[in-house]
Design a protein around this ligand. Structure first.
Ligand code: SF4
Length: 103
């Protein structure tokens, strides 16, 4: 269902997707509808990680990607943003506020 956008000869992760041939509507349920069936398909998918990372990298806002819903992906994006910010803060001045030690 998540079709490749690369040239036809380039084999991408999409070619190994468990959802090939599955009704795409399953992965884009109406608001409030169950995502269980789509997630079941994703469960056994060998390219689940690639699919999820693709969706995260491209800001896919709708549908089930990598076995996760929009809300679940949003949570991951938030967690990663927080982790990046923390890492930058540590990098930029782990000793901020510690200047008084040099008396
Ligand atoms: S993880 Fe799910 S949506 Fe992604 S390619 Fe696999 S089966 Fe399709």
């Amino acid at each position: 269902m998540h079709e490749a956008t690369e040239p036809a000869e380039a084999k991408g992760w999409q070619d190994f997707a468990n959802c090939l041939g599955v009704d795409p509507d399953l992965f884009f349920p109406e608001r409030g509808a169950s995502t269980r069936e789509a997630k079941e398909v994703c469960k056994g998918c060998v390219v689940r990680e690639d699919c999820l990372e693709y969706a995260l990298a491209n800001g896919e806002k709708f549908g089930i990607w990598g076995g996760l819903s929009e809300r679940e992906r949003r949570r991951i994006r938030r967690q990663r943003a927080l982790a990046r910010r923390s890492a930058l803060e540590v990098e930029a001045g782990g000793d901020a506020g510690g200047a008084s030690a040099t008396a």
